[in-house]
Write a protein that binds this ligand. Structure first.
Ligand code: PEP
Length: 251
C-alpha cells in the first residue's frame, strides 16, 4: 500500500505573517493524521517562519523549486542544501508554471531532481500536457517525453525516492478538473512506463499525485482511483479548512 501524499503548493502567495497564520490554522485541523503525508510549500522567504510552526507536527515543509548546483555564481537561485538547511524535506520540480514562464526544460528538471536527491530531499516531479496537446491526441506522447527527459540516466534507487505529480496544464487554476477516469488513465500509463523502465516492484512503490483544481468536492473521487496516490493542490491549499478536508479525503 502506498501512503497518500497531499501537498499544498502556495505558489507566489502570502506574506510571511499570512503564511504563519495559514499554517497555524492548519496544524490543529490535521493533528493526529499520520496515514497521509502532509506537505506545505510556501515561498522561499517564508520557509523558516513556517518551519518554526510545523517542526514538531505531522506537517512537512516543501519548496517550490531548487537549482542544481550547491553554490556559486547563480544570482537569484536557491540550492537544495540551502533548502535542507531551513527544514525543507520536499521540493516541487518542473511545475508547469516554471516550464511555461521560466522556460524550464526536461533537461533542467533532470538536473534539479538529481540535485534534490543528492541532498536527501524528496523531489515532486511534475508532468502534464497542455490543452492543445490533449485535443490533438498527444497526451501520452507528451507525458512519456517528459518522463524520458526528466528521468534520463536515473537508477532504480533514485527514481524510487521520487514522487511524480501528473498535472494536466488545462486543469491548473482553471476550475476544470480532469475526471477521475481521465486522471486514472494517465496515472496508469505513468505507472506502466515506470514498470517497463525500472521494474514492477519499483513502479508499485512510487507515489503519483494528481494536480489540477483539486478541491474538497472532488478530492475523494480522484483519490479513490487505484493509481492516484495523492494530490498537489494549488488554490485550495490557501484555505486551511479546504486543504484539511482534502487531506482527510486521502484517509
Ligand atoms: C498546482 O499549483 O500545482 C495546482 C494544481 O493548482 P490548482 O490546484 O490551483 O489548480
Amino acid at each position: 500500500m502506498r501512503k497518500k501524499i497531499i501537498a499544498g503548493n502556495w505558489k507566489m502567495n502570502k506574506l510571511r505573517g499570512e503564511a504563519v497564520e495559514l499554517v497555524k490554522e492548519l496544524v490543529p485541523l490535521v493533528e493526529g493524521i499520520d496515514a497521509v503525508d502532509i506537505v506545505v510549500c510556501p515561498v522561499y522567504v517564508s520557509l523558516p517562519a513556517v518551519y518554526e510552526i510545523i517542526k514538531d507536527t505531522n506537517i512537512e515543509l516543501g519548496a517550490q523549486d531548487c537549482f542544481w548546483e550547491d553554490s556559486g555564481a547563480y544570482t537569484g537561485e536557491i540550492s537544495a542544501p540551502m533548502l535542507k538547511d531551513v527544514g525543507v524535506k520536499y521540493v516541487v520540480i518542473g511545475h508547469s508554471e516554471r516550464r511555461q514562464y521560466f522556460c524550464e526544460t526536461d533537461e533542467w528538471v533532470n538536473k534539479k531532481t538529481k540535485a534534490a536527491l543528492k541532498t536527501g530531499l524528496t523531489p515532486i516531479v511534475c508532468v502534464g500536457e497542455r490543452l492543445e496537446e490533449r485535443e490533438a491526441g498527444k497526451t501520452i506522447d507528451v507525458i512519456s517525453g517528459q518522463l524520458e527527459g526528466g528521468f534520463s540516466g536515473f537508477e532504480k534507487a533514485e527514481i524510487e525516492k521520487c514522487v511524480i505529480a501528473y498535472e494536466p496544464v488545462w486543469a491548473i487554476g482553471t476550475g476544470k478538473t480532469a475526471t477521475p477516469e481521465q486522471a486514472q488513465e494517465v496515472h496508469s500509463f505513468i505507472r506502466g512506463w515506470l514498470a517497463e523502465k525500472f521494474g514492477k516492484d519499483v513502479s508499485e512503490k512510487i507515489r503519483i499525485q494528481y494536480g489540477g483544481s483539486v478541491k474538497p468536492a472532488n478530492a475523494k473521487s480522484l483519490l479513490s482511483q487505484p493509481d492516484i496516490d495523492g494530490a498537489l493542490v494549488g488554490g485550495a491549499s490557501l484555505k486551511a479548512q479546504d486543504f484539511a478536508e482534502i487531506v482527510k479525503a486521502g484517509l
